[in-house]
Design a protein around this ligand. Structure first.
Ligand code: ADP
Ligand code: AMP
Length: 238
């Protein structure tokens, strides 16, 4: 049984409306970490635009040529490219039962485009979950983050979630590496560039009445518990 909200269908019967959740937060706030946990618990598909772009870079697909210079410097990929990638991904059959979006939307244009696509699917964003973390902690999280080079891109932290063996992924044995955009010289510029458009997206969902903010400077399990509670309430499961 997948997680979907039951509503009255056009002919009075019951149809399943897929659940769409959006994770918001600055780079390093814990969106990726939490979206995987929520997706597993709620039986939704996690979709991370950052992961999609990094996979393209690793595989050297045509998309890599379009996005490399932006992703490696921590600059937002232009909206038309990002929207094309997300629209395609959300049309895939595995996304039709509902999705947790991590790292998208990141601009007001993207948020409006997502609304449009979901309206065409007869759906809407059920909740935008905003993980708030202050800047010194973001810098600490980004500079200590290490990511597995396997396809699943498992995420570690040198202090808060170290691998059992240095530089080796516990789950698939791949080498861990620091993302180029997590290097000290890129972090501040990335935060400075990416926070203003993110605040516009936060406003967008506040105006839509679906924004829920949680304090992210707590242990991972505590943040997950609160997010699950909010997601359950927003989707009518509790
Ligand atoms: P984002 O997807 O928002 O950029 P991540 O989920 O990749 O953030 O988390 C950034 C880093 O912080 C990772 O190294 C992760 O292991 C670590 N992290 C995530 N949540 C917490 C937390 N609640 N406490 C401490 N470290 C965390
Ligand atoms: P993330 O893994 O979410 O930190 O994303 C890594 C990088 O991918 C960002 O710094 C951007 O260059 C790019 N990116 C990810 N998501 C988006 C988006 N929604 N819009 C534009 N660029 C994005």
């Amino acid at each position: 049984m997948t997680h979907a909200t039951r509503t009255d269908g056009p002919r009075g019967g019951l149809t399943a409306t897929p659940t769409y959740l959006v994770m918001l937060g600055a780079p390093g706030a814990g969106k990726g970490t939490q979206s995987l946990r929520l997706a597993e618990r709620l039986e939704l598909l996690p979709v991370s635009t950052g992961d999609l772009f990094r996979a393209a870079l690793r595989e050297g697909t045509p998309l890599a040529t379009e996005v490399r210079k932006y992703v490696e410097k921590g600059v937002l990929v232009p909206d038309p490219v990002t929207l094309r990638v997300v629209e395609e991904r959300l049309r895939q059959p595995d996304a039709l039962r509902g999705v947790v979006l991590d790292g998208f939307p990141r601009t007001r244009v993207q948020a409006e485009a997502l609304d449009g696509q979901l309206t065409r699917l007869g759906a809407r964003v059920a909740a935008a979950l905003y993980i708030e973390v202050d800047t010194p902690e973001l810098v600490r999280r980004l500079s200590g983050r290490r990511v597995c080079t396997g396809p699943a891109q498992h995420v570690y932290h040198l202090d808060s979630r170290p691998p059992r063996v240095a530089d080796v992924c516990d789950i698939d044995g791949s080498t861990l590496e620091q993302r180029p955009d997590d290097r000290a010289e890129t972090i501040q510029a990335r935060l400075a560039r990416q926070l203003p458009p993110m605040y516009e997206v936060v406003d967008h969902y506040a105006n839509a009445g679906v924004l829920h903010a949680v304090a992210g400077d707590r242990p991972v399990d505590d943040v997950t518990a609160e997010l699950l509670r909010l997601a359950d309430r927003a989707t009518g499961r509790s």
